[in-house]
Design a protein around this ligand. Structure first.
Ligand SMILES: [Zn+2]
Length: 277
């Protein structure tokens, strides 16, 4: 059984500040990078105890060079580096039989969700699919769904665990911390979080027959509300991207995989608007 792990950092135990997850911060980041790596290691070892045999890890935070490879199990494969074409979901394919989302966080605008954003708060104010406001977990789960891959486990703060289980009740959730607003948490210690993630991973594997790929019903209507008008000015130039108003772009497709590709294109185009004019 081949398992895919998409690994973010804002949902790691203890994290409550951008400075802890910013690779340029030489004080706090090295510590939390270590915490993140060992949460991923425990997810792999728990999954192995539950029957998983192959592990493809996608480092999915910031510059995507956070995981300390020498501290991961020797048989894991790790995708690192940015910008990957498929970003947080690089590497997913039909050969994968289940996905874990580790270290995830709430979507932009969520109340009581630490460091909540959706891919980039500098580009997107809101992301909706078929009218549903989407977290990274939901966008990514639906992309995995197009390959027939179900999400089995999510770890992170309470907000993303609960929201994900609303859409996908079969997902085992490990809430390693309780958010107190945007930039404060009541957290497990790293060692407690590692135990909880190990146990959750093993449980997720034993229950995996009940899991299903998550799919949005076609036609897929992707609506992107950008952070500023200048982001939409650029994104709207792409054929197939319709400008609804100053900050809203709409893409309609028959399949979600194309919509996710369009989302990544919009993310990249939008980011160019943040460079100095
Ligand atoms: Zn992140």
């Amino acid at each position: 059984m081949k398992l895919y792990l998409s690994c973010d950092m804002e949902g790691t135990a203890g994290v409550c500040s951008w400075s802890q997850v910013d690779p340029s911060n030489t004080d706090e980041y090295p510590l939390y990078r270590h915490t993140m790596t060992h949460e991923v290691r425990c997810a792999i070892e728990g999954a192995r105890a539950g029957g998983a045999e192959q592990f493809l890890v996608n480092d999915a935070h910031w510059n995507m060079r956070n995981l300390m490879l020498e501290e991961l199990p020797q048989d894991a494969r790790v995708i690192s580096g940015s910008r990957k074409p498929l970003s947080m979901m690089q590497g997913i394919d039909e050969g994968i039989e289940g996905a874990f989302f580790i270290g995830y966080h709430g979507k932009i605008g969520d109340e009581n969700a630490v460091l909540a954003h959706t891919y980039s708060e500098e580009v997107f104010y809101d992301v909706r699919v078929n009218g549903t406001p989407c977290s990274e977990a939901l966008l990514n789960a639906a992309f995995a769904g197009t390959y027939g891959v179900p999400v089995l486990l999510i770890s992170g703060d309470r907000s993303i665990v609960e929201e994900t289980r609303l859409h996908m009740p079969w997902v085992v959730g490990v809430a390693v911390k309780e958010p107190i607003g945007f930039s404060s948490v009541n957290s497990m210690t790293p060692s407690q979080a590692r135990t909880a993630i190990y146990d959750g991973a093993r449980e997720a594997m034993t229950q995996r027959r009940a899991a299903r790929p998550f799919l949005f019903e076609p036609p897929i209507v992707l609506e992107l509300v950008t952070a500023g008008v200048e982001h939409a000015d650029t994104i709207a130039l792409m054929p197939g991207f319709d400008r609804i108003d100053g900050r809203t772009i709409r893409v309609v497709t028959d399949d979600y995989r194309s919509a996710f590709h369009a989302f990544i294109v919009a993310l990249r185009l939008g980011a160019t608007a943040n460079a100095p004019a």
